[in-house]
Design a protein. Sequence first.
Length: 192
Amino acid sequence: MKIGLYFGTFNPIHIGHLTIANHIAEYSDLDKVWFVVTPHSPFKKKNSLLADRQRYEMVYRATYDYIKLEPSDIEFNLPQPNYTINTLAYLQEKYPQHEFALIMGEDNLKSFHKWKNYELILENHHIYVYPRISEGQVETQFDKHHKIHKIDAPIMELSSTFIRKAIKDGKNVRPMLPEHVWGYLDEMNFYR
């Protein structure tokens, strides 16, 4: 089985994440997309995150009705801060029957050359890139690489940061969140 790994803090997961993941699951050669809930990205401050299990619960609720989308807490038990190369090595060892690919926004591809062991990632994995509106250029080495696949997914300019701030400011963000995620956020009084 060919599985796309969509890494993120998902703080919270929103309809942009779901739309992109579902589009890639339906319009590429991937069989499934796993939302890998990241406990601590080396690029983010940990104090702004909800607890790992709370974010996993939101992803679980958001993907429950989608057969090709699944939550993953695989990184919760790996040393922190975690790097993608370590998670990929762990997954290959744990699930040798699967082929794993990365899913990332074009903005991340622009900084991919700064990732730990990015050459090794590219040597062993395909990368599916969805469009993002962002500054800067993609490195020439990645522009026409045979393992990098640009996906013509909808451009979703919605961010978890925007949603958190809007909730804090008392705005109605319900249409931006999957119904079950909104219910959980509201019930738990998150981000207020």
